[in-house]
Write a protein that binds this ligand. Structure first.
Ligand code: IPM
Ligand code: MG
Length: 372
């Protein structure tokens, strides 16, 4: 298969982790005789620095022409501390999602048996957690009208949703539930918000079209508690933009590190794949950033094109790296010399030689092995 992939590494740790994902995709292309081409483009604080614009025209153009987009992370501490800044790195990502119509954001939360002890939650509560979060990505409070009074003392963000926006993602979430444990939970705040009541009405009306899916409802405050109290009760969660942002970050506690969660952002014409974590500028260029979320985003990219064996091989490599503790410091207590690049190298090597890497790596003196 020929795929033209736009690569937007972004800010902070973005470039380091995305380099590993790109490396892994190149190994897959070699192994399976695909032709993947990669076109890099600027976004975020690094784009502001070079062009004054967090989403330069050239970047939109490259993304529009690409078959898929691999996105790193965005944000910069200087902007975080300046609430007066009019041009902000995050505008790059938000405009990109909006202009490409990426309205469905899918965030899988799967607990790895080998990592249960990395979570601050109890093992028995989290083992076998397997949740798919469907987060609406181009509507709601993020994109509603924003106002700031002339005296700077009053501000508002409107949370608006239309039936159309709710229906199109809800159909996808119902269908996802049908192919899983057939349970869909709509998370909202219908006891306080009109927009949430619209979500409830629309989703209730749709339910008869999916009679084999058990639909239930949960308020966001309660869901925030239930998610870490008893995550196994969830199968597919459907929710609006901001609730999905918050819940998915909370869900990373179940898995042991936010450095493990990947996501797909899909629209009618375009598809983008990204880790859910941010730019974490403090950790940039230290080799400590976990590249697994980006590598799993690359696997989701392959899923999207039906390249199932290819995606499965990446996931096998990830599983193996976790089993053998070939992981960055956010997860490792065993070795202290595993860098971002070494994790990428290990998974690349696994893809090139899945059989040879069955060697028992724990016996290899890490750092001297040619493999890592
Ligand atoms: C995410 C991020 C973004 C969001 C930020 C960077 C604007 O937190 O993708 O989860 O809020 O959507
Ligand atoms: Mg977030």
């Amino acid at each position: 298969m020929k795929l033209n992939i736009a690569v937007l590494p972004g800010d902070g740790i973005g470039p380091e982790v995305i380099a590993q994902a790109e490396k892994v995709l190149k190994a897959i292309a070699m192994e399976f005789n695909h032709v993947f081409t990669f076109q890099h483009a600027l976004v975020g604080a690094s784009a502001i620095e070079k062009t004054g614009n967090p989403l330069p025209e050239e970047t939109i153009d490259i993304c529009e022409k690409a078959d898929a987009i691999l996105f790193g992370a965005i944000g910069n501490a200087a902007f975080d501390l300046d609430p007066y800044a009019k041009i902000r790195p995050e505008q790059g990502l938000l405009r990109l999602r909006k202009s490409l119509g990426l309205y469905t954001n899918i965030r899988p939360v799967i607990a790895y048996e080998d990592l249960l002890n990395k979570s601050s939650l109890k093992k028995k509560q989290i083992s076998n957690t397997n949740i798919l979060i469907y987060r609406e990505l181009t509507g709601g409070i993020y994109f509603g009208e924003k106002k700031l009074s002339d005296d700077g003392n009053t501000a508002s963000d409107i949370c608006e949703y239309t039936r159309f926006e709710i229906e199109r993602i809800a159909h996808l979430a119902f269908k996802a539930a049908q192919s899983r444990k057939r349970k869909l939970t709509l998370v909202d705040k219908a006891n306080a918000l009109e927009s949430s009541r619209l979500w409830r009405r629309v989703v209730q009306e749709m339910a008869p079209q999916y009679p084999n899916v058990q639909l239930n409802f949960m308020y966001i405050d309660n869901a925030a508690m239930e998610l870490i109290l008893n995550p196994k009760q969830f199968d597919v969660i459907l929710t609006e933009n901001m609730f999905g942002d918050i819940l998915s970050e909370e869900a990373s506690v179940i898995v042991g590190s936010i450095g493990l969660l990947a996501s797909a952002s899909l629209g009618e014409k375009h598809a983008m794949f990204e880790p859910i974590h941010g730019a974490y500028s403090k950790a940039a260029n230290k080799g400590v950033a976990n590249p697994i979320a980006s590598i799993l985003a690359a696997a989701m990219l392959l899923d999207h094109f039906g390249l199932d064996d290819e995606a499965a091989l990446i996931r096998e490599g990830v599983d193996k790296s976790l089993k053998l503790h070939i992981t960055t410091p956010d997860l490792n207590t065993k070795y202290d010399n595993i860098t971002t690049t070494k994790v990428g190298d290990f998974i690349e090597d696994f893809i090139n030689n899945p059989d040879e890497t069955n060697l028992n790596f724990t016996n290899i003196h890490l750092g001297q092995s040619t493999i890592i």
